[in-house]
Design a protein around this ligand. Sequence first.
Ligand SMILES: Cc1ncc(COP(=O)(O)O)c(C=O)c1O
Length: 406
Amino acid sequence: MIPFSPPRIDEKTIESVVDALQSGWITTGPKTKLFEEKIADYVGGDAVVALSSATAGLQLILHWMGIKEGDEVIVPAYTYCATANVVKHTGATLVMVDVNSNDFNINIEAIKKAITTKTKAIIPVDIGGLPVDYDELFQLVNSLEVLAKFSPSTEVQRQMGRIIIVSDSAHSIGAVYKGKKAGMLADISSFSFHAVKNLTTAEGGAVVFNVADKFDHKELQKQFKTSSLHGQTKDAFSKMQVGAWRYDVVEAGFKCNMTDLQAAIGLVEIDRYEDTLRKRKEIFDYYTERLSQYDWANTPVYETADKTSSYHLYLLRINNCTEEQRNKIIEEISKKEVAVNVHYLPLPMLSYYKNLGYDIKNYPTAFENYKSEISLPVWYNLSKEQMKTVADTVIESVENVLGNKN
Ligand SMILES: Cc1ncc(COP(=O)(O)O)c(C=O)c1O
């Protein structure tokens, strides 16, 4: 069987976790701090907060913004449910918009049409690791027309002075847009280190700040850490120092700190991340070289003049293919013991959102992208032979189902 995306757990990872276990400190402490510093260094930022997930990062950001009922937050219809659920938790109105047809990212024109006087935040998603068109997005929120609509209702929103761009960078650590790395592309970004991600800590995430012109990053970092620990002013590590027991609680915060056990995995991962990206690019290049010879193959965009993907998901689409045919192709591929996936079922096709009234008919491109999409295996140690097996299997299965022989 060729798996889809197993995590890289080797002796180095095990040694690092054992080291954390033997240190006697297993929750948030020195390893988490070091991991935060390494992530900041890697992305070119100066303040990172490591957390239990990317979802938690998005929740903390919306909490900090004071997003609440009556506000509107714009998200793409084509994403993982986390992007939307965090908005629902705040009580704000979830505004979904359609995506591009050349790539899978949020459509800026659609955002423009969706902005109202209630819009407080936009959460673009770098789908598959390809950065969104951030320059266009910033031009939009800074345009006189959109600025005139902005109506802040909290101090943070007033200080921000415009709609905030919160990047769901769950897929895009290491991606580059116009010379800058993900984390430095939006106002605030949230990375995921979930087990299937390029860089894992088993579960985990990190928030990176990029609003130095408006806020003090070190102050924000402190504030987010406090919010991630129930609003408690001292973390467990600081409280354990001799004589330093006293603490205060300044808000009803969340509980979503990263542990040193997770950070121990992440420290190994970040040190070899450039290698990880090189390997992933090699797999992307191989699939594209093989598949682009076929008229039915619509291979994903992952390198352009302005953008380099983090090569997270290889999002293949099959031209002139119905949803049923795509499903049949996946069945055939699976029979040959190759694990593939679909990213994503657009949100309006899932019960919860459908029941809220979101209708896939209003997101035709999201549906078009979904109905012919198949994500291929990409992972640290996929051999040349396995890549060939994947490509051969995909080609054979597509041709069996579509009856093409070109
Ligand atoms: C686009 C997107 N956003 C957010 C998340 C949530 O990440 P996490 O599992 O770290 O909360 C994921 C996870 O798969 C994702 O794919």
